[in-house]
Design a binder for this molecule. Structure first.
Ligand SMILES: C[S@@+](CC[C@H](N)C(=O)[O-])C[C@H]1O[C@@H](n2cnc3c(N)ncnc32)[C@H](O)[C@@H]1O
Length: 211
């Protein structure tokens, strides 16, 4: 029954994304990692995206995430390389392009928050693709920005460690210390969330405190 309902909802999106959005069609049965994203992480991101001029980029669009743009008052942008996923992207600010070519679509220092949920290991699977991804992310994210990354560390998805990606080190992990989020990394089975900011920011903050 649930499968049939989901099929009908997917069909509605394909026929009329606008109608599906107007009716607020959502897909229930959320995994623990998605609940963590939608509840704990988004609450923290509210504190970063605290004015309407803030910019948020969500990489990879899907039926389970189309409504995220309604959740935030910030300017919301989406990108997915698969044209068939555009129906789940933002009506005005969706781009069909690869996350490995972010500077083709976005400006330097444009984003306060970037969320890449389930893109590494779900299309961005090679180390050279990750190099391009992180280089682009570093360019388009503000120096004060927050990057939330989630990926599968199962060898069937990626056969290397993120630490082996040189450009991953343009970022550093940090713990938000907000509402119980006191770790920089959370794992749900092989699904890992990491909070990242520009590398070196931690040190410059310590230097500021000591001045
Ligand atoms: C597992 S889904 C996650 C979707 C969404 N981020 C979410 O949280 O629901 C992975 C998505 O990443 C997209 N994707 C894969 N490789 C990509 C790339 N190089 N650039 C942009 N999107 C990509 C796929 O088309 C797919 O829609």
């Amino acid at each position: 029954m649930l499968k049939l309902k989901n099929k009908l909802k997917t069909l509605l999106f394909e026929l009329s994304p606008r109608l599906a959005v107007t009716w607020g069609v959502e897909f229930p049965r959320k995994s623990a990692n998605r609940l963590f994203l939608e509840q704990d992480i988004f609450k923290y991101l509210d504190t970063v995206l605290n004015d309407e001029s803030a910019h948020c980029l969500f990489i990879g669009t899907d039926k389970r995430s189309w409504h995220y743009r309604l959740r935030f008052s910030a300017k919301f942008f989406t990108i997915d390389k698969d044209p068939s996923k555009a129906i789940y992207g933002d009506a005005h600010n969706h781009r069909i392009d690869s996350a490995t070519e972010l500077t083709r679509q976005y400006m330097r220092d444009q984003f306060d928050v970037i969320v890449a949920n389930g893109v590494i290991g779900f299309g961005v699977d090679r180390i050279d693709q990750c190099e391009d991804l992180f280089a682009g992310l570093e360019t388009i994210m503000k120096s004060s920005g927050v990057l939330v990354l989630s990926y599968s560390n199962n060898p069937s998805h990626i056969d290397f460690k993120l630490e082996d990606v040189k450009n991953y080190h343009l970022f550093e992990k940090f713990a938000p210390h907000f509402n119980g989020l006191d770790q920089s990394e959370y794992a749900f089975g092989d699904h890992v969330f990491v909070f990242l900011r520009r590398a070196g920011l931690g040190q410059s903050r310590v230097a500021q405190i000591n001045e």
